[in-house]
Design a protein around this ligand. Structure first.
Ligand SMILES: *[C@@H]1O[C@H](CO)[C@@H](O)[C@H](O)[C@H]1NC(C)=O
Ligand SMILES: *[C@@H]1O[C@H](CO)[C@@H](O)[C@H](O)[C@H]1NC(C)=O
Ligand SMILES: *[C@@H]1O[C@H](CO)[C@@H](O)[C@H](O)[C@H]1NC(C)=O
Length: 338
């Protein structure tokens, strides 16, 4: 399976611009809906906003210089958008009581103000042209690149959805088994390599104690901690996340790279040494394929493979159920429909 994906990557780097059609001709385990609807540098080719990508990159750089956590925020925001039932359509950005951002799984999502700021710049330069969904995809790529990820190609021309609903959020609990995790990713037409790769974004960022308390005190209903967690990590996390606490503090997902928001492969070494923080992360140790992937990405020599796989999986995630043509609209304000 890994070899198949590598071949795909090779073909892809050779052909470059034809990336999406390549993906379709090289048979994937799970074929994503043909993303041929999106276009490489859409706003430039369309001549409606030739410098859109430059404006976005510039804004993202300013955010990043002020606060490096922007990378983790955008990665989570984009995943929340693309992995909801209606796909990459900017629905996560819409305000409203019944909107996706108010689902319990999306508690603590950030980055909305930054997307608004980029949108204001673009509305000033090219009014009514660049979709909020494309802004989110491009900005996430640029923020990830600043943190050390490759600058992967983001195809554009997505349009924004007209409505959102809290019911569209089917993000599972982070305490599920790897089988349940895989079933979820497969329901989005992503595969096991996408899952193991995209979760690697947990090399940075934080999580709220509420997402790991079950692992620390009552794993899967056993009233005991998760037996697969390293004991010294367990003690440390129990101290930071007391059983009875009215507050809900945060802990770093991957302590070393987490603080300075660096994109690294440390996440995979943590899995191998039983020091992953979220349940689903540690679960990667238990699937044959996922364990093999973690073993490949963990060593220094595997970092390049991880970077390549990350580029490809981010592209695949960004193509889930996109709206193009006459569907949806180009929102003028990302928080509400026109
Ligand atoms: C450019 O964008 C406009 C507005 O969205 C659209 O009507 C037109 O078909 C696009 N042209 C191309 C070449 O994609
Ligand atoms: C929790 O227990 C259920 C039922 O025994 C099992 O199917 C599931 O895989 C377990 N989850 C984890 C994370 O081990
Ligand atoms: C858990 O982590 C500590 C600290 O890094 C290490 O010394 C210890 O050997 C680990 N325990 C196990 C069982 O791997």
């Amino acid at each position: 399976m890994m070899r198949e994906r590598r071949t795909r990557w090779l073909v892809l780097s050779l052909v470059g611009l034809a990336l999406m059609s390549c993906l379709c001709s090289v048979k994937a385990e799970n074929t994503l809906q043909p993303p041929v609807k999106l276009i490489w540098h859409y706003y430039k080719l369309n001549t409606t906003c030739p410098d859109a990508e430059t404006y976005i990159k510039h804004q993202v750089k300013l955010f990043w210089q002020k606060d490096k956590s922007i990378t983790a925020k955008f990665l989570r925001l984009l995943s929340a958008d693309c992995l909801s039932k209606n796909g990459c359509d900017g629905s996560i950005l819409l305000d409203g009581r019944n909107s996706e951002k108010n689902a319990p799984q999306n508690q603590g999502l950030e980055g909305f103000e930054e997307i608004d700021k980029i949108k204001i710049v673009l509305e000033d330069r090219c009014p009514g042209v660049v979709s909020c969904t494309d802004i989110l995809n491009l900005a996430t790529r640029d923020a990830a690149h600043l943190a050390g990820a490759p600058s992967y190609p983001v195809y554009t021309g997505r349009r924004d959805c007209l409505r959102t609903s809290i019911d569209a959020v089917d993000f599972p609990s982070p305490s599920i088994s790897w089988q349940e995790g895989l079933a979820y990713f497969e329901s989005k037409s992503l595969d096991v390599l996408d899952m193991a790769t995209l979760l690697g974004a947990h090399s940075m960022g934080k999580t709220h104690c509420s997402y790991i308390k079950d692992r620390l005190y009552n794993f899967n209903g056993t009233k005991k901690p998760d037996p697969t967690m390293n004991k010294s990590l367990l003690k440390e996390l129990q101290k930071k996340c007391p059983k009875k606490s009215k507050t809900n503090p945060t802990v770093n997902l991957t302590p070393k790279s987490g603080n300075d928001y660096q994109f690294t492969g440390l996440y995979y070494s943590k899995i191998l040494s039983k020091k992953a923080v979220l349940g689903i992360d540690q679960q990667l140790r238990f699937g044959d394929d996922t364990m093999q992937i973690a073993q490949e990405f963990a060593p220094k020599s595997g970092f390049e493979d991880f970077r390549r796989s990350f580029a490809l999986s981010m592209s695949r995630m960004g193509n889930i159920k996109v709206l193009t043509g006459k569907d949806g609209e180009i929102r003028r304000n990302c928080r509400r429909r026109n």
